[in-house]
Every structure is written in C-alpha cells, then in structure tokens.
Write a protein that binds this ligand. Structure first.
Ligand code: ADP
Ligand code: MG
Length: 478
C-alpha cells in the first residue's frame, strides 16, 4: 500500500528535522561564536554583523510629526506619527499599506522606487490641517525614517549600499547603489520634498519601537531592558545593542558618540554544521534566486515553510502515491502552498479536519482525502514549523549568551532588570503553534530561574513606527 511508503518518508523527515535541546545548545554557541567573528573583522563570518550607525535610539522626548516608510516584503507601509514628548508619547498614528506588484520585484530600480514615491506622495497629500510640520511650516522639511529590510552596507545613519536582494526580489541595477539616493531621486521626480533622516531595517525599527514603547513591563524592578529585536515574517533577522568596545572591526573609526551601537546581525545568513538540513531544503536552496545564501532563513521564515511542506508532499505523492495514482498537477507548482495555509491546516481542531480538507482542495485541487491522509498532512506541517520555531529559540539564546544574559543573576545584584526581546513579523504574530513552540523552547533552554527574567514581547508593527521614531531621534532640527 502506497501510504506505508508515505509514512516512511514522513518518519525519515521527522528524524532529520529533530532538534533536541543538546543540538540547540550547540547551535546557540555557534551563533554566539559567529557573532564574535563577524564583529572582529569584515567578512569574518557569514553573519555580516552590520554596524547600523544608530547610536541614539528614541528617548521619548521627541516631538512633532514624522513619517515612516517600511519596505521589506510583499507589502510596504507608509506611516505618519505625531509625537508629543514624554507626556504625550504617540499622540496620533495613521498608516496606509500597499502591496508591491510582482513585476516590480524583478524590474528596475527606478520602477520600484517611482512606485513607492508615488504612493508616499499620495499619503502625504492626506495630511490634515495643522497636522504637518510640512513644508513652509516654520520652514521645516518633512522628515522620513526609511525601513528597508534587505542586506545594506550602511555608510551613515541615512545612506547605505544594497548588497543583495532576498525574499524573492531581484532588481539587478539596484545592487551596489545607495538606496536612500534611489528613493530621494524618485521623490524628486514626483515633486515630493522630504528628507530621509534615517535608514534602518525592520529589526532596528522594531528595536527602537520596543525601547520607546516599553514603558511598563510588568516587573517589580520597574521595567525591563529591551536588548534585541527579532523579525519572523517573510524573512527572518535580528538586531541587538552592542558595546562599541566589543566591535573590533570598527574600533579605529570612532563611530559612536555613545558607548553603544545597534548591530544588524543579518542572521538569515547564519549557517552551521549543526543545523538540521534535509534534501528538501537543499533542493529548495538550489532552485532559489540566491542559492547558497540565507541558509538559516530558508528553513525558518514565512516565505519558505509552505514551500518545504509542498516539496515533501510532492515526494510523498510521486514515490508513494500519497494522493492516489495520479500526482496532483498543482502540487508541482513551486510556492503554491503558502505558510498561512500551512498554519491554518496545522491549527485545524475540527474532528474531521475540515480545514485541511478544504485547503488541499482549494489550493492543490486534491479532493476526497481520507482522515488518515489529513492527519499525516498536519504531522508534516508540525515537523516543519517546529523545527523553525525551535531553531529560532536557539538563535535567540545565542544573542543572550553573547550578552551574558543567559545566566542566573548573582545574589544581591537586584539592579538587573528583566531582559526583553521585541519580536514582530507575520509568522510570529499569526502562527500560534510556531510562537508557542518558540517560547517554550526558550524556556527549556534557559531553565526556570533565568527564563523568569527573560521576556519575549510582541512589538506590533514595530518596524514602521520605529522608522518614524528614528526619523525623530535623528531629525536635523534636534
Ligand atoms: P514582511 O516580513 O514581508 O515585512 P510581515 O511581517 O507582515 O511582512 O509577515 C508576512 C509574512 O508572515 C507572510 O509572508 C507569511 O509568511 C507570514 N504569515 C502571515 N500570516 C500568517 C499566518 N496566518 N500564519 C503563518 N504565517 C503567516
Ligand atoms: Mg515587515
């Protein structure tokens, strides 16, 4: 019977995706070592450990109207926030979300940035009476924080060169160019007078928002320390606050006025021999737009989880007639199964697994599946998502180790606050089994005592708000 073979494929996958705590500790140590190597010298590690030039995160004193632009996946967001200083905080906040037409993801730099500038101009046009620090008002130019979540080699707080594309984007003529210049030129073409005050990525935006909004973590000591931000969305990445004297590769430049610097890890490119990589991952990578790159991202993030599940299903259908004698043609189409669909099936708690049946039917045109088949599909979703979630927890542990926050705090050292990690992204926000697995794994790895002092906090839409906050803290009028 075919399904025996299919169950064997599943059993083998489960074995190869296994992430026992011992393995996760090795991965966390490898992450910590790679962080150190990436900070020591340029190109010292697959982890780029990029210096962000953000040495003044928002304090809460910022006042005025600021814009944010968040580009990093299939959608982009433009925001307008009105900040009222310590008392007022975020007085008002408006945003607009636009999806990027697929043809612009693989076109030219001008096409992409013209489209963005156009939408931005429309949004600026909706500025209410008396709301703007707009042009003319006190002679002040509008200021924008630009969150651009692709690997960028930063050259100052508001300039940086695109190193390569990820997440399905491929626009050759933009690589090697300053993305702020590209945006500025497009804004000029559209007659939009606005200054880009800060260029960051979504992790740094989330870190800034996390710090700004972390007024009252429920903690006896009166608030926690937001030390890092993690994105689990279409892609994955992390940023954290490092001491300048722990960044040898920039030591001579004397870059920071303050003693701390935000580091953009680009942890999507992390690799380690300890990572549980399967033949499905290898095939996915080989056929991707960036083979060999972003190995970690390709086994963890939202862009890929659905595709991994599809590849396994395809093999089960081809080699073990999992869906009957004919391999369903739709199953052969790359990326047809999305992570939100995997998530929906994984969470199906109906007795006859109706959600699974419907997804298989609607997306893959596979009808009349048996209950056993549906159960196996859920098991598959669980294997793939659990591996991603547990590896994410290990990676977070790597940061905590680097910061020395993975240990029990000594007696009498009651100054130590709760360690807060701000997390955002659609995968973390919507895939509750993933999120739950991540959180419980981190607790297991840290142990009871330490994990009671470590908090994973959802920083909702941090990357967008953070961009506007960083425009404020890097305003030329400060
Ligand atoms: P981006 O990373 O592109 O900035 P988001 O943070 O909004 O965008 O994340 C969107 C990604 O989150 C999607 O590509 C998808 O992979 C994932 N996602 C969205 N909704 C769900 C869901 N319900 N379950 C699982 N993953 C989801
Ligand atoms: Mg995002």
């Amino acid at each position: 019977m075919g399904n025996c073979g299919a169950m064997e494929i599943l059993r083998e996958l489960k074995e190869k995706c296994e992430t026992p705590n011992g393995k996760l500790r090795q991965i966390a140590n490898a992450m910590k070592d790679e962080m150190q190597a990436g900070l020591a010298s340029e190109g010292g590690s697959e982890l780029k450990m990029l210096v962000s030039y953000v040495d003044n995160l928002p304090t809460g004193d910022e006042c005025g109207v600021f814009y944010g632009l968040d580009v990093g996946g299939t959608n982009f967001r433009v925001l307008r926030v009105q900040l009222g200083g310590k008392e007022g905080r975020v007085v008002k906040q408006e945003f607009m979300e636009v999806s990027i037409p697929p043809n612009l993801m693989v076109g030219t730099s001008d096409q992409l940035f013209d489209f963005i500038a156009d939408e931005l101009a429309k949004f600026v046009g909706t500025e209410g009476e008396g709301e703007g620090e707009g042009e003319g008002e006190g002679g002040k130019k509008r200021e924008l924080g630009f969150t651009f979540s692709f690997p960028v080699k930063q050259t100052s707080i508001n300039s940086g060169t695109l190193m390569r594309w990820t997440k399905g984007f491929s626009i050759a003529d933009a690589v090697g160019r300053d993305v702020v210049m590209e945006l500025a030129k497009a804004m000029e073409r559209k007659g939009l007078d606005m200054r880009v005050a800060a260029l960051v990525n979504d992790t740094i935006g989330t870190l800034a928002a996390g710090k700004y909004l972390n007024v009252n973590v429920n903690d006896n000591d009166g608030g926690g320390d937001v030390v890092a931000a993690v994105i689990l969305g279409t892609g994955t990445n992390a940023a954290y606050v490092e001491r300048v004297d722990a960044i040898p590769k920039y030591a001579q430049e004397g870059i920071a006025q303050s003693e701390e610097m935000v580091i953009n890890m680009e942890w999507g490119s992390f690799t380690s021999s300890h990572l549980p990589i399967t033949e499905y991952d290898q095939a996915l990578d080989a056929e991707s737009l960036n083979p060999g790159d972003h190995v970690f991202e390709k086994i963890i993030s939202g862009m890929y989880l659905g595709e991994i599940v599809r590849r396994v299903l395809c093999r089960m259908a081809e080699e073990a007639a999992f869906f009957g004698d004919v391999v369903p043609p739709k199953l052969k189409i790359p990326f047809i199964l999305t992570t939100p669909e995997v998530s929906a099936m994984h969470h199906d708690s109906s007795p006859d697994l109706k959600v699974v049946a419907n997804k298989l039917k609607d997306t893959l045109e596979i009808s009349s599946t048996s209950l056993e088949t549906r159960k196996a599909v859920i098991e598959l979703c669980s294997i793939v998502a659990t591996r991603g979630a547990r590896l994410s927890a290990a990676a977070i542990l790597g940061i905590l180790k680097k910061l020395g926050r993975d240990k029990v705090i000594k007696e009498g050292d009651d100054e130590q606050k709760t360690t807060v990690i701000a997390v955002d992204g659609g995968l973390f926000e919507h895939y509750s089994e993933f999120r739950h697995s991540l959180e419980t794994t981190l607790q297991q790895l840290l142990g009871k005592e330490v994990s009671s002092r470590v908090l994973i906090k959802h920083a909702n839409d941090g990357s967008g708000i953070g961009a506007a906050l960083l425009a404020a803290s890097h305003s030329q009028y400060n």
